[in-house]
Design a protein around this ligand. Structure first.
Ligand SMILES: *Cc1c(COP(=O)(O)O)cnc(C)c1O
Length: 401
């Protein structure tokens, strides 16, 4: 039986209407194939994707070395549980920790990494310090502790009772954090750059200030690097942009080049608090994801993609700064590596559809922010192609105002 192949978008949508829970707002398009920064729909239309895989496709679609590593691994071992050792998990842990610190625990998603980090923080103080401080406009995932860590009420509606012990402070406000930290606090949990909250970049000294507060209170600093890890900001991990090392760091999204994988890394001091039997993930660290992760990391290194990330970031910045002088609807530009937020003084949502019509995929977040998470291997030509389309669309929207 042919399982998948040549169904039209309409035919696939009909299957979803009948059999898939409609909890997502989806574009009425079925995607069938991708290569690099381009993806094709079932009708054969090609799109330039500057938001591939919601940040998960950090090397674009089907990067060759990652495909090859997966093909090699899949024919030997797909899954082995954590009751055994596999070289793939050891090698990927080595890759990540030698570029950061500590020791790794593997899981399958961002929310799962955040859950694990929260459990570890409470375990580290033997459950005696349950309080966790997080930031408003953050995003940490949809499972119960992760969604509770996510401060915005819109994510909580109808879900109560939530997990106890969470407190929220505005981002970039050290005093607000200070005033919440006490001797019951086990951790401060923040994203180094807030992604879903609109690409919010920390003020100079903010992350260092958090480090200082955590040290003085003897609590842990956790960075949620689910979106900022694996070179996204131009360094392997976001914290390295500011030289402030956390005690625990979560990661997911792009770490395995588009294959589901998550992890957290904890310092040598904190890691042993995750005692045997206290946490586990059946699929966590499976050979397929680990082989994909290692190949992703090696490709970034071999092709100097951290450097490419920085130079393409400069190119995007120059382009949007120029456009901002022409179009007052651009309120603020927020750029860190391949995280790009263009904050408008009008709703950003309509721009997404207008770009799509013209063959460009981007995202809108936090009501007014156009967001790009281009792959680290995006080219000059692709940056120019995408920026031209965005400029055309924003000029059109500015005229309609
Ligand atoms: C996307 C995201 C998550 C949630 O990841 P999932 O894989 O969807 O569970 C958590 N934290 C941050 C910072 C994210 O960007």
């Amino acid at each position: 039986m042919q399982v998948t192949g040549h169904a039209s978008s309409q035919e696939t949508i009909a299957l979803f209407d009948k059999y898939v829970i409609p909890n997502y707002g989806r574009y009425p398009i079925s995607l069938v194939r991708g290569e690099g920064s381009y993806v094709w729909d079932a009708e054969g239309k090609r799109y330039l994707d500057l938001f591939p895989g919601w940040g998960c496709n950090i090397l674009g679609y089907c990067p060759e070395p990652v495909v090859a590593a997966i093909q090699d691994q899949v024919s030997r071992l797909i899954h082995v549980p954590n009751t055994w050792y596999t070289e793939a998990q050891g090698r990927f842990a080595e890759f990540l920790c030698t570029r950061s610190f500590g020791k790794a625990f593997f899981c399958n998603s961002g929310a799962e990494a955040v859950e694990g980090a929260i459990k570890l923080a409470r375990l580290h103080f033997d459950g005696k310090r349950p309080k966790i401080i997080t930031c408003e406009n953050g995003f940490h995932g949809r499972t119960y502790a992760a969604v509770t860590a996510t401060a915005q009420p819109k994510y909580h509606a109808g879900l109560g009772p939530l997990v106890a012990g969470f407190r929220y402070a505005p981002f970039n406000d050290l005093e607000a954090i200070s005033s919440l930290v006490d001797d019951e606090t086990c951790a401060i949990l923040v994203e180094p750059v807030q992604g879903e909250g609109g690409v919010n970049i920390p003020d100079d000294g903010y992350l260092a200030g958090l480090r200082k507060i955590a040290d003085e209170a003897n609590c842990l600093l956790i960075f949620d690097e689910v979106q900022t890890s694996m070179g996204r900001t131009g360094t392997w991990f976001g914290y390295q942009q500011w030289g402030v090392q956390p005690d625990i760091m979560t990661m997911a999204k792009g770490i395995a080049g588009g294959v589901a994988a998550g992890a957290f890394i904890a310092t040598e001091e904190v890691a042993p608090s995750l005692r045997p039997g206290m946490h586990a993930s059946t699929f966590g660290g499976n050979p397929l994801a680990m082989a994909a992760g290692l190949a992703t990391g090696q490709m970034i290194e071999e092709q100097n993609l951290l450097e490419n990330c920085q130079s393409m970031s400069d190119l995007f910045r120059q382009f949007f700064e120029q456009l901002q002088t022409e179009l007052p609807i651009i309120r603020e530009l927020r750029v860190k590596g391949m995280m790009i937020g263009v904050d408008l003084n009008i709703p950003s949502g309509p721009a997404v559809g207008k770009c799509m019509e013209r063959g460009l995929l981007i995202n809108s977040t936090h009501d007014t922010v156009l967001r790009l998470l281009p792959p680290l291997n995006v080219t000059v030509e692709q940056v120019e192609e995408g920026c031209e389309i965005i400029a055309t669309v924003l000029r059109e929207m500015a005229e309609e105002e």
